[in-house]
Design a protein around this ligand. Structure first.
Ligand SMILES: Nc1nc2c(ncn2[C@@H]2O[C@H](COP(=O)(O)OP(=O)(O)OP(=O)(O)O)[C@@H](O)[C@H]2O)c(=O)[nH]1
Length: 857
């Protein structure tokens, strides 16, 4: 059956060119009628797609993005990851290692639409890059390696996208590789990621006459009833622009088998969609022929089902061999939402206060809370604050220092119209910022634009005052930002949560003369990457740089030393420890007289601690609570903590009575607290973690012109409160990781034993790998996977070969300190077959034995 089929296909192909060769997708023809410079900025919002490419490391994200740029006509030759010449991986470290480190944002025109693509990194150390990209995206493409199937990082990014309510398309890449498993990958998508599959296209193979291997040649477009095939012979130097198309809608002598495959897949697709959308069923009932249901009805239903997150369209291809990328680009346009159809962003009413819990994610439940905020959502424009269409709200999601272009701040505009050379309010601190030119990135080429309208992603230049996560408010009708009402001027699009850095290195300038350059270079890196953190050890005078993982810090070191040519001595990568207190302090009051004796700056406060994430504590529900930027610390202001004249002024919408803004006053106290907690605790002077500073009262003179004395008194009060505790009222906290180890049955015992004894792991679960599901209801997902339609699949032969025995996953929690170097250990314990993934799950209090070990270290 197998060979006969392949033979039929070949002979069919042989006669094909004489029947009806069609050339589609030729970028030159698409480009000829489209003037990028003039037409791109004019594309209406409904034709914009803001999408991310997310996946496990090496699945082929950069390779696929590069093809998209090429087919759109933006670049004239395809760059190659392995040769280090792709558009999106432009950092030296990316080229050298062949991995993506920074998400690159490129704009790709396609079929009168504009796809803003963010190519994100796959390595777990750069998870923050993925999170911050997902925050500004309306949809995403998950790429899978057809050999590896669903991998650890695939599950993680899928879950993150799902939590943010982002519709997804799955693309099974590397179909050309030996061992590629199409059917297996589809089942894993359903069973492990917990979704329904909509097979938009299915693979098409041709048997090689000499080797008898099945060669991946193209796809059957199930929706359009067409066979698309690509010429991939290396000698012909094809770049995949030419696609041969054969219609399968009408039966001929030659196309019977392919048509049957298409029909079976269509039946499965229509039945799956029919459960969601009755139009499809109605259309089918008219003729009772699956091939007759119109492609536009199927497409509409597919779009609704994807945007409604009912199911996931699945496509396949081989980006490296230039097969299947154009259909993927079509699917992005056809099935992923425009900014008008995407989830509106969550808005918090004030940068200062508001329940911390609202800032965690963007779930349905949380969206309902919008009604209580002084912000209304307009579905037509994504998000409009107080229905003033001139009010412009943008979110800065990325700041980079480009080697040639200087500082670039990437923003997503959510409402109104951002204009160049205008003034915007940074709602984080109330600062008014004059911005310079506005750009969009056509591929890697910046193009200056006259404005950036709602739904767009672009670049602000000319300022270094914006950080990742800042909300920028402006008014497109009036240049005067002072006229923007106070509430709107402090509204914040959901800030981007920064994961805690769990590894650190010490850094010192090689000579005194090198200090300046080191500090300014570090500032550049910190602005670019908020998941890096710099602290100072007062005792040793060293700078401590913390990051998400060993690779993250290695790459930062390379950027400092190699790219920025800084002379510095960088220590060994170590785990980051913290301290916390185990008992509440007394109330402490600190006052500082104002320099002109007109009054005093005074604060009364106490410090306590808690366990677990700040968002999950009762404190997070308090109205006047704020999560501090670092270390899971909270500050809570008593309801009547502010002096009476300030409370009055806050209640009425009149002129603010003080020379200093309220944001600056609160900001000063928060800086005082942050500084004092950084100095560290009593055990090893490590920064304090999981503490809550409760401000009972504060005051300042009505005429105050500076907040410095308030900052200072707050800092002193926190320090005095902490130092009043007995020495045994503090302990060390160490990072705890959630670990999943994947092994063959025969290695289960030895790996579990090693985890428990040498790694101090607590095992929570051992299960079959096939039973994994992140989709919430594992049983449901498994049932779905079993009944999912899989087309004729010659790759099934590889599964049988590779499935020699059962595979298990061991799940547990282990201290990060004991997991260092685990990759080589697991490899040696399993003869190279085992692997593992881990993610931070919190800080745990160390036992006294461990405190001793850590201190000795
Ligand atoms: N055989 C084959 N190799 C591919 C395909 N797509 C990508 N590759 C190769 O896979 C490797 C990784 O590709 P990338 O595009 O860098 O993958 P990535 O997902 O961007 O990787 P990170 O950004 O580091 O996570 C490179 O060696 C590519 O040449 C494909 O379709 N077939």
């Amino acid at each position: 059956m197998f060979i006969r089929k392949a033979g039929l296909v070949r002979s069919f192909l042989g006669s094909f060119s004489s029947i009806s060769t069609q050339l589609r997708y030729a970028s030159s023809s698409a480009a000829s009628s489209f003037d990028y410079q003039a037409d791109l900025p004019k594309i209406p919002i409904e034709n914009i797609r803001n999408i991310g490419i997310i996946a496990h490391i090496d699945a082929g994200k950069t390779t696929t993005t590069e093809r998209m740029l090429f087919y759109s006509g933006l670049i004239s030759r395809i760059g190659n990851v392995d040769e280090g010449d792709t558009v999106t991986d432009y950092l030296t470290e990316e080229k050298d290692r062949g991995i993506t480190i920074q998400s690159a944002a490129v704009t790709v025109p396609w079929n009168r639409h504009k796809i803003n693509v963010l190519d994100t990194p796959g390595h777990a150390d750069f998870a923050f890059e993925v999170i911050r990209s997902l925050r500004v995206l309306d949809g995403a493409v998950t790429i899978l390696d057809a050999v590896a199937g669903v991998e650890a990082q695939t599950e993680k990014v899928w879950r993150q996208a799902k939590d943010l309510g982002i519709p997804l398309i799955a693309y099974i890449n590397k179909m050309d590789r030996e061992g590629a498993g199409y059917g297996r990958s589809v089942r894993e998508i359903v069973g492990r990621l917990g979704t329904r599959a909509l097979l938009v296209n299915i693979p098409y193979f041709v048997e090689d006459p000499i080797t008898k291997q099945m060669i991946f040649k193209g796809v059957i477009d199930v929706v359009e009833r067409k066979l698309l095939s690509w010429e991939t012979s290396d000698r012909s130097n094809e770049d995949g622009r030419k696609v041969s198309v054969i219609d399968l809608d009408l039966e001929t002598d030659q196309n019977a088998e392919l048509r049957k495959e298409c029909k079976d897949a269509r039946q499965a697709l229509i039945e799956q969609l029919g459960d969601y959308d009755e139009h499809v069923i109605d259309s089918f009932l008219e003729t009772e022929d699956y091939m007759q249901v119109s492609s536009s009805i199927i497409k509409d239903a597919l779009r609704r089902a994807t945007i409604g997150r009912y199911a996931t369209p699945i496509l396949c291809g081989s980006s490296f061999k230039n097969i299947g990328v154009q259909p993927l680009m079509d699917a992005i346009i056809d099935y992923l939402p425009s900014p008008l159809e995407a989830n509106p962003p969550e808005v918090v009413s004030s940068p200062l206060f508001g329940s911390i819990k609202h800032r965690k994610g963007r779930t349905q439940e949380k969206q309902d809370d919008h009604s209580t905020l002084p912000v209304s959502m307009d579905p037509q424009l994504g998000c409009v604050i107080n229905n003033d269409k001139h009010l412009t709200a943008s979110l800065a999601f990325k700041v980079i220092s480009h080697p040639n272009r200087g500082l670039m701040t990437f923003v997503r505009v959510y409402s109104g119209k951002l204009q160049p050379n205008s003034t915007v309010i940074n709602t984080r601190n109330g600062d008014k910022i004059k911005i310079g030119k506005l750009l969009i990135m056509n591929g890697d080429i910046p193009q200056e634009v006259k404005s950036l309208t709602a739904g767009n992603i672009g670049v602000i230049t000319g300022t270094d005052e914006i950080s990742t996560g800042d909300t920028l408010i402006s008014h497109s009708a009036s240049k005067n930002v002072n006229k923007i009402p106070k509430r709107e001027a402090s509204a914040r699009l959901l800030p981007i949560a920064i994961p805690p850095p769990v590894f650190s290195v010490s850094i010192e300038p090689t000579t005194v003369a090198d200090r300046r350059k080191l500090e300014s270079s570090l500032q550049v890196l910190l602005r670019e990457d908020p998941s890096l953190r710099l602290t100072f050890d007062d005792e040793s005078g060293q700078m401590i740089l913390s990051g998400m993982g060993e690779l993250h810090l290695e790459i930062t070191r390379d950027r400092l030393i190699t790219d920025m040519k800084v002379n510095a001595d960088i220590g060994k990568v170590r785990v980051t420890y913290k301290e916390t207190i185990t008992q509440q302090t007394e109330h402490v009051t600190k006052s500082i007289a104002s320099p002109d004796n007109s009054g005093s700056f005074s604060v009364t406060l106490s410090v306590d601690s808690f366990e677990g994430p700040a968002e999950d504590t009762d404190l997070a529900d308090k109205e006047n609570a704020q999560l501090l930027e670092y270390d899971n610390n909270i500050v809570v202001f008593d309801k009547h903590a502010a002096p009476e004249f300030i409370r009055k002024a806050l209640n009425i919408d009149s002129e603010w009575p003080l020379p200093i803004s309220y944001e600056h006053i609160i900001g000063a106290m928060i800086s005082g607290i942050t500084g004092a907690l950084q100095v560290g605790g009593q055990v090893a002077r490590l920064p304090l973690h999981s503490v809550v500073v409760k401000i009972k009262k504060w005051s300042l003179p009505v005429e105050a012109t500076s907040t410095a004395p308030l900052l200072q008194s707050t800092r002193l009060a926190v320090r005095e409160a902490l130092e009043s505790l007995p020495p045994n009222a503090s302990t060390i906290l160490e990072p705890l990781m959630k670990v999943s180890v994947f092994v063959n049955d025969e290695d289960l015992g030895v790996v579990t034993q090693d985890l428990m004894s040498a790694r101090n792991a607590k095992i929570t679960d051992i299960d079959e790998q096939d039973n994994l599901s992140t989709g919430g209801d594992a049983l449901w997902a498994r049932g779905q996977a079993e009944k999912t339609y899989i087309p004729y699949d010659p790759t099934l032969q590889y599964i049988k070969q590779s499935q020699s025995g059962g595979k298990k996953v061991i799940k547990g929690e282990a201290p990060l300190r004991d997991m260092i170097g685990y990759l080589s250990k697991i490899r040696s314990l399993t003869k190279g077959s085992g692997f593992y993934s881990m993610e931070y799950c919190g800080m745990q209090r160390a036992t006294s034995d461990r405190v001793k070990q850590i201190l000795d270290e």
